[in-house]
Design a protein around this ligand. Sequence first.
Ligand code: IPM
Ligand code: MN
Length: 372
Amino acid sequence: MKLNIAVLPGDGIGPEVTAQAVKVLKAIAMEFNHVFTFKKALIGACAIDKTGNPLPEETISICEEADAILFGAIGHTKYNNDTESTVRPEQGLLGLRKTFDLYTNIRPVIAYDDLLYKSSLKIKQIRGTDLLIYRELTGGIYFGDKFLSADGNHASDTCAYSRFEIERIAHQAFKAAQSRKRKLTLVDKANVLASSKLWRKVVLELSPQYPDVELNCIYIDNAAMQLIINPKQFDVILTENMFGDILSEEASVIVGSIGLLASASIGDKYVMFEPIHGAYTKAANKGIANPIASILSAALLLDHFGLTEEASLIRTGVDKSLQLHITTPDLNTKYDHITTTKVGDFIEDFINNPNETNLNFTNIHLGQSTII
Ligand code: IPM
Ligand code: MN
């Protein structure tokens, strides 16, 4: 298969983790005789520094011409307490999601047996967690009208949704549930918010079209608690933009590190794959950033194009790296100095030589590879 991939490394740790995902995709192309081409483009704080625009026109046209977008991370600490600037790195990512109408963001949350002990939660509660968060990505309070009074003393954001915006992602979430455990949970705040009432009404109305899917509707405050006390009760969670942002970051506690969570942002015409983590500016260029979320985003990209064997080879490589503790310091208590690049190298090696023994892979890590 031929795929043109637009690579948008972005800021902070984005470039180093994305480089590992590209490395892994190149290994897959080699092993399976695909032709993947990669075209880099600027986005975020680095794009502001170079062009004054967090989402330059050139980036938009590179993405338009690509089959898929691979995104890294966005943001810079220098903007953290800057409430005045009208140009911010995040506008690059939000602009991209909106421009390409990437309305369905899918965030898988899977607890790895080898990492259960890394979670601050109790092992018996999280073992076996396997859920998908369907986060609406192009509407709600992120994109509603914003207001700041001239005297600077009053501000508001509007959470607006249309029936159309809710229906299109709800259909996707119902279908995903049909192919899994057939349970869909709508998370909203329909006891208070008008926009949530519309979500609940529309999703309840669609439910009879999916009689094999059991639909539950729960409030976000309850969901935030349920997610960490009993994550196994969930199969597919459907929610609006900001609730999905918060819930998915909370869900990373189950998995042990936010550096593991990948996502797919799907529209009717364009697709993008992005880790759920941010730019983590402080960690940039230290070799400590976990590349697995980016590598697993590449696996989601392959899944999207039907390359499931290829995607599962990547996932087996990731599993292997976790089993052998070939991981960055956020996860590693066994070995020192396993860098971002080393994790990528290991998974690349695994793809090239999937049948080697554990011993050989451990040797690779120790720099004594027996593979010629
Ligand atoms: C995410 C991020 C973004 C979001 C930020 C960087 C704008 O937190 O993808 O979860 O809020 O959507
Ligand atoms: Mn987030």
